[in-house]
Design a protein around this ligand. Sequence first.
Ligand SMILES: Nc1ncnc2c1ncn2[C@@H]1O[C@H](COP(=O)(O)OP(=O)(O)O)[C@@H](O)[C@H]1O
Ligand SMILES: [Mg+2]
Length: 583
Amino acid sequence: MSKRIDPEVRVIYGRLWHYVTPHKLIGTIAVIGMAATAVIEAGLVALLQPLTDEALVAKNLETTKWIPFAFMGIFVLRGMSGFATELSLGWIGRSVISDLRREVFNKFLTLPIKFFDSQAAGPLLSRMTYNVEMVAESVTSVVTIAVRDTLTVIAAFGVMIYFSPTLTIFVAILFPIVAALVRLLGIAFRRYSGRIQDSVGEVTQVTDEVIRGNSVVKAFGGFAYEQERMADVDEGNRKQNMKLIRVRSFGVAVTQVVFGFGIAMVIYVASQQSLEGSLTAGEFIAFFSAMMLMLQPVRRITNVNATLQRGVAGADSLFAVIDEADEADSGTIVAERIRGDVSFDKVAFSYGNDDSAVIDDISVDINAGKTLAIVGHSGSGKSTLASLLPRFYELDSGSIRLDGTATTDYTRGSLRDNISLVSQDVVLFNDTIRNNLAYGQLRTCSDDEIMAAAEAAHIADFAAELPNGFDTMVGDRGVLLSGGQRQRIAIGRALLKNAPVLILDEATSALDTRSERRIQEALNALMKNRTTLVIAHRLSTVEKADKIIVLDAGRIVESGTHAELIALDGHYAALYRMQFSDE
Ligand SMILES: Nc1ncnc2c1ncn2[C@@H]1O[C@H](COP(=O)(O)OP(=O)(O)O)[C@@H](O)[C@H]1O
Ligand SMILES: [Mg+2]
């Protein structure tokens, strides 16, 4: 049978097998349990012969005494072996699920940001839930088929040969015909399993978006549209499942009919033998029961390819994630606390495969402790340029140096340890204000440090008014807070990190003028001793920067101090005048 399994399946199952092998002891228990089950069930049908011939037909007193005990004993053993099998197989299955799930999750932590830019979240989420379950289910089924079902068939065959070799030969000719039929129908399984998993991802995606974007759906009357979208993906899911169900149920029905014909023939031959006196009632019943015992296992063995395929479809998508390359981390220099000289040298970068450069030949130096302001229209590449410094993305060409060393030569972790970031999109976790502030490595900060940062970022003001103060939960992505409050937590987080390089990407955009002014004081104090890249939507906040660069379509079109650029009367002066007249 194994030679008919295609190589791809073999490779993937080979890999899956590594998740099972650590559980040798439990696995041995499972195998013993399954083997015992097979033998016990064969023993059970074999007992039907003395029960019929001796106890019921011949009314043998001796037999009537022991046979109930024999049955009782066999059922006790059957219960025990069944319990051991279920428990140990279940244990292995859940371990495989845990291992796979954690491995994929860990991968999500180390994959480059680019990976997430290019993938919808829904299918990634459903891999963590649906696909891992499918894989584990398939693995345990395959193990069960390989051990219990195979042994059951062998044991049942043994019983059959023992009671009637002639009939056994007859059945042996019949079985392959049924098996071929079942296999044929099972081929269709492969196609549908993969498609069902894809469609579960789509359902997750649409649901996730509606939950997250609920207010937009409501404000823009997206009900009908979303309903349609869900109906669409759900219908796809239903159809794929129905195709699977149709193939399966049709397969079962056809198999049963064919089997029925076979049984009729067996009965015919058996009754001939009975007339000749070469087959007793008990022998026939035991034989027949053994044959029935084989029915399910044979069906599963024949369909083993479909079971394998279901696991392969699930494992394929998991291994695809696991095999993705991690963020490049070839640097070996561990950056202790760096001074903070930053230098961009002919930096070019584009997000996609299309040639349009988002950052185009940018060279600029910032000395330690100085402030560089980046201004320009939205979409000009300001955030992108800033995100290149902590190596969120890899450069297409050119280099960025920190204290004279290329950022790629530092270890990724130590480089990022030296950079504080307040990004344009504030990311908060469903946790307390305190834990959002002291996130990740900041967990170890003392209460005093946390309080000082909270004070400087004006978090203490609003936290005091909340029912649980700093222990108030902020909700999913911080929905329970205002935009300004969220931004203050992000600023507080950066203050707490206290790194030598600071990136402020529109860090105060969600604040009103008064709050902004107050927080700006804290930021000014913070910027004093460190290299700062500041992107500000209000030019009044960049006036004091040591150097200003103006970006347009990823290129530097002007650079200089505020006074120089105003005197130049170019892009910057125009931007400045426009904002000034607004305010
Ligand atoms: N993750 C991304 N994937 C692909 N393109 C992006 C991504 N982020 C931004 N862009 C594109 O890069 C350009 C610059 O964006 P950005 O750096 O955010 O501009 P700014 O911060 O100046 O408003 C824009 O054209 C934007 O569409
Ligand atoms: Mg931006």
